[in-house]
Ligand binder design. Structure first.
Ligand code: SAH
Ligand code: DHB
Ligand code: MG
Length: 223
């Protein structure tokens, strides 16, 4: 067995034990695949991690950038209280349509709103609504814009809010300082922003599993 096959099997073991599929999650992945969406949703174990993080945080308001088929959305929204709110921003109207169906089937349509369009257009509009601060932001869209998403997240949060940035390792390519891949350049810039920003304290954690070798960054907003 190759090392990556072993990572996958261990991830399957953890998922079955600790983050078991239910009807809504299974159906969300099935309908996403049937609609031709790319298979890049968070793993069950990372979905459960986001769910627990939102609960630990006592999150009442969550912002997600990058909905895809709504799989991570469902994990996050299930952590909200009955009067909670999750706004998820998605560029592709087809993805948003699939997600909206998946979220409704999960019984979360009262809590979740999917907004269609480039997030860099949706974010200023959202800010103009002067919403109460978000307690948790999950950034998981086009990685090239990660530094911009992080700046918007700072505008839309409060001291104590938590920001998670997905896919910051990419098989280890994150340390390639000469890469011109816009996704890598964006992710490195976002990590440097976390490192240098007076209102952020953060870290990054490498992961292996069903989606290979990747990782996430986590930052806390300071006063
Ligand atoms: N969070 C999802 C996966 C998101 S995949 C999950 O784990 O289940 C990344 C998504 O970001 C894709 O659906 C893609 O269409 C969307 N995206 C790409 N560029 C975007 C942009 N500029 N604004 C908003 N969404 C974008
Ligand atoms: C990709 C995007 C993701 O958000 C992810 O979790 C994995 C892969 C991608 O664009 O390849
Ligand atoms: Mg991701």
């Amino acid at each position: 067995m190759s090392e990556s096959q072993l990572w996958h099997q261990v991830d399957d073991y953890f998922a079955a034990l600790l983050a078991p599929d239910d009807e809504a999650l299974t159906a969300a992945l099935r309908d996403s695949e049937a609609a031709g969406l790319p298979p890049i949703a968070v793993t069950p174990a990372l979905g459960k991690f986001l769910h627990l993080l939102a609960q630990v945080q006592g999150a009442r308001r969550i912002l997600e950038i990058g909905t895809l088929g709504g799989y991570s959305t469902i994990w996050l929204a299930r952590a909200l209280p009955a009067d909670g709110r999750l706004i998820s921003l998605e560029y592709d109207p087809r993805h948003a349509e699939v997600a909206t169906g998946n979220i409704a089937r999960a019984g979360l349509d009262k809590l979740v709103e999917v907004r269609v369009g480039p997030a860099l257009e949706s974010l200023p509009r959202l800010a103009d609504e002067h919403p109460p601060p978000f307690d948790l932001v999950f950034i998981d869209a086009d990685k090239a814009n990660n530094p911009h998403y992080l700046e918007w997240a700072l505008k839309l949060t409060r001291a104590g809010s938590v920001i998670v940035l997905d896919n910051v390792v990419r098989g280890g390519r994150v340390i390639d300082r000469d890469s011109t891949d816009p996704d890598l350049v964006g992710t490195r810039a976002a990590l440097e922003l976390i490192a240098g920003h007076p209102r952020l304290s953060g870290t990054a954690v490498q992961t292996v599993g069903a989606k290979g070798y990747d990782g996430f960054a986590l930052a806390r907003v300071l006063e």
